[in-house]
Design a protein around this ligand. Structure first.
Ligand code: FES
Length: 148
């Protein structure tokens, strides 16, 4: 799949929706990296190779203290990542895990064709995989060591 340009992604949208997308595309929120993050995951959209990396630090109550992302890709994937990071700041991990694909579509507020669904949900998939890995590691650390 060839990556559409931001202009192609904005074709046919009302001004208000164009500005909403362009704002996040030109000024992505929470853009960057975090050293020693609790959750850190990177993946790509296998159809086009576009990628997102998300890093999260948690506070003592397991709420999102900080979140950053870096990525490369179409306007929809990068805007969704920007909006998702804004959405999860301060939320508990349990609430973050309740975010569904439809929530991302609602955040984007533009029609998403079936073929662009993978773009829209790339950052959520990366975040979900990162949380899964984090929780797996936490469980492993809690397993008591038994003598053979
Ligand atoms: Fe690659 Fe959208 S075209 S994520």
């Amino acid at each position: 799949m060839k990556q559409p340009t931001v202009e192609e992604d904005l074709v046919g949208l009302d001004m208000i929706y164009r500005e909403h997308i362009l704002d996040h595309y030109k000024n992505p929120r929470n853009h960057g990296t975090i050293e020693h993050a609790d959750i850190s995951y990177h993946d790509n959209n296998p159809l086009c190779g576009d990628e997102i990396k998300i890093a999260v630090t948690l506070d003592s109550e397991k709420k999102v203290d900080d979140v950053k992302f870096i990525g490369r890709g179409c306007a929809i994937s990068q805007c969704a990542a920007s909006m998702l990071t804004e959405e999860i700041k301060g939320k508990s991990l349990e609430d973050v895990k309740k975010i569904r694909n439809q929530d991302i579509i609602d955040m984007l507020s533009i029609p998403i064709s079936p073929v662009r669904m993978k773009c829209a949900i790339l950052s959520l998939k990366v975040l979900e995989a990162g949380i899964y890995e984090y929780e797996k590691k936490q469980k492993q650390q809690k397993v008591p060591i038994t003598e053979a």
